[in-house]
Design a protein around this ligand. Structure first.
Ligand SMILES: Cc1cc2nc3c(=O)[nH]c(=O)nc-3n(C[C@H](O)[C@H](O)[C@H](O)COP(=O)(O)OP(=O)(O)OC[C@H]3O[C@@H](n4cnc5c(N)ncnc54)[C@H](O)[C@@H]3O)c2cc1C
Length: 552
């Protein structure tokens, strides 16, 4: 039986980041992945459409990764291994059906000018928003990056009290509960500003009328200006390969086609995992599972190995909306319509939207089990940043429709498509994709003539690609407030420590939630490599003594 210090279940970004960091810290690590490729949602494919086109089949944009703590710690090694990020001065824009468009740029001056052209006062509102956000950015980003149920989480609260006072701290965290609709309405006057930012709430798994969506939109607005829209040159596969090589080069093991079917518990402690072929892999210090709570508590652990209320709460864990994804290979560059078509053409991620109310309606219909009458389209143009993704003069469109029901059991809000019993059949998927592409054709004049190949993924296809994306939920669990932040994955087992000693829960279902940040893998790495309490106490005492000596 092979024995490692730590065994990771799954090879998504959180596992690979955590495993690479532990490997660098001298741990012998094993990563077990059930698919025949590594990376989970990072899946670069050159076989999806036509020769010469390299598509990101699932996740594409890496701002959370390049802005995160895991990357900061691994950057030097990744640079050495040739992982190169490409970025832009024009990360995102939105266009309305009548051709009006608005953009987020990389400097406050440009964003002030951009928003001011749509409504007098909106430019100043952007500047005020950005400055206020930055004044407490450590608190806001801290909420999304530290282990909240820990001494560090408590320190974050204490820091907020010291800086803002008790009432100020309550006010600060109180505003994080506001909705995107309220925040946008209170901050910006123009419809264009609302259309620019409201679709971003979809990328947090929320809708614009849900608690905390205002805070999330604000974080994204600031992050877009600060971080842009980086992608790895050559695709996410470059990052995946480099992280896996860090583990291998440190003597660790990375295996595909290895589905973990059981976590073995002995004396209340996780000691090993059993793979589907019956092989056992032992973990002397930690088992780290990047799976949904449904899988962790429902099948990987046996009955009686966790307290009944935890197992029952895990059964109630809810999943969010599904997604329809369309990949297009174009044999010429898209010609965007409207007076700002040139800017739309060079923008890596454009939202084609009917605005704030449109996003709200699409979300509502999808959540009620309807195909939306009109959906927001997130249009990725990766070739803009990385020309190696498509042959010269050709283009890739990565279309994401996040207002899609996991199953359209209630019908079609437009009354056009027969959804049958709501199963995502090939026919239903292609008919709905046809409608989406028709909407996009209103904004790109050569869309139909330039498209040489189309590949569509329904929510059911997306789940088939990654078991953690239940029902095609990109975020591995609803991000509604009762399953987010302090309560992710769920109130009975928040954070990453599980009721089983030595077993850690990471991945999109856990805090700080979905996205390519690698945050949960990083937090568990930190916890596992923390000096034991007596050594920490000694180090703190030494630091206090040095400070006293320095003062005297
Ligand atoms: C279509 C799509 C587009 C997205 N776009 C972006 C984007 O552009 N930017 C961004 O920041 N985020 C994006 N996201 C979200 C982001 O990609 C995910 O939240 C994130 O990648 C999840 O990482 P993870 O570490 O939880 O693991 P995952 O990527 O979910 O991988 C988990 C892995 O574990 C494996 N596994 C599960 N159970 C077992 C088992 N029992 N045994 C062995 N292996 C197992 C799975 O096969 C899978 O490979 C997107 C998601 C999707 C689906």
């Amino acid at each position: 039986m092979a024995t490692h210090d730590a065994v990771f279940v799954g090879s998504g970004i959180n596992s690979l980041a955590g495993a690479a960091l532990l490997a660098q810290a001298g741990w012998n690590v094993c990563v077990l992945e059930q698919e025949n490729r590594l990376g989970g949602c990072i899946y670069t494919s050159s076989d999806l459409t036509l020769p010469g086109f390299a598509h990101e089949v699932l996740a594409s944009w890496h701002p959370l990764w390049t802005g995160g703590a895991a990357y900061a710690e691994l950057k030097e090694e990744l640079d050495r291994r040739g992982v190169e990020y490409l970025n832009t001065d024009l990360p995102t824009g939105s266009t309305l059906p009548d051709g009006r468009a608005a953009f987020v740029w990389r400097t406050t001056e440009e964003n002030v000018a951009e928003l001011e052209r749509h409504a007098a006062g909106d430019g100043a509102a952007w500047e005020a928003m950005f400055d206020a956000f930055m004044a407490n950015a450590d608190l806001s980003f801290g909420l999304l990056s530290v282990e909240l149920w820990s001494a560090t989480g408590l320190d974050l609260g204490r820091k907020a009290v010291r800086r803002l006072g008790r009432r100020g701290m309550l006010a600060h965290f109180g505003t994080t509960l506001s909705t995107c609709r309220d925040w946008l309405g209170d901050t910006f006057r123009s419809e264009e500003a609302h259309a620019l930012l409201a679709p971003w709430v979809l990328h947090t798994g929320l809708g614009p009328d849900q608690a905390s969506s205002g805070f999330m939109t604000q974080v994204i607005a600031a992050a877009l200006q600060l971080g842009g829209m980086p992608v790895p040159k050559g695709g996410g596969i470059r990052l995946v390969e480099a992280l896996a090589d860090i583990v291998r080069d440190a003597g660790g093991s990375i295996r595909t086609g290895a589905r973990v079917e059981r976590i073995l518990v002995s004396g209340g402690r996780a000691t090993a995992v059993r793979i589907a072929d019956g092989e056992t892999v032992a973990a002397s210090r930690a088992v780290v599972a990047s799976v949904t709570p449904t899988q962790l508590y429902g099948s990987l652990l046996g009955e009686g190995e966790v307290p009944g209320p935890v197992a029952a709460a895990a059964r109630r864990f809810r999943y969010g909306r599904g997604e329809l994804h369309v990949h297009l290979a174009l044999d010429e560059l898209p010609r965007w319509k409207g007076p700002r078509g040139d800017e739309l053409r060079r923008c890596p991620l454009v939202h084609v939207t009917t605005g704030l109310d449109g996003v709200s309606r699409g979300v509502n219909e999808a959540e009620r089990g309807l195909l939306p009458a009109r959906s927001t389209i997130a249009v990725g143009q990766p070739h803009v940043l990385d020309p190696s993704r498509a042959p010269d003069g050709k283009a890739i469109l990565w279309l994401q429709m996040q207002e899609t029901p996991r199953a359209p059991v209630k019908g079609d809000a437009a009354g056009e498509i027969d959804v049958g019993d709501g199963t995502w059949t090939e026919e239903l998927r292609e008919r709905y994709a046809e409608r989406v592409v028709g909407w996009l054709g209103e904004s790109i004049e050569n869309l139909e003539s330039a498209t040489s190949k189309r590949v569509v993924l329904s929510p059911a296809d997306i789940e088939r690609l990654n078991v953690n994306l239940v029902g095609g939920d990109l975020y591995s669990g609803s991000c509604a407030l009762d399953q987010n932040l302090l309560w992710r994955p769920f109130a009975h087992a928040p954070g990453h420590k599980t009721p089983v000693d030595g077993l850690w829960h990471i991945g999109a279902s856990t805090h700080p939630g979905p996205g390519l940040g690698g945050g949960s893998g990083y937090l568990v790495y930190r916890e596992l490599t923390r000096a034991p309490l007596p050594r920490r106490a000694l180090a703190n005492a030494r630091q206090r003594l040095q400070q006293t000596v320095a003062k005297s």
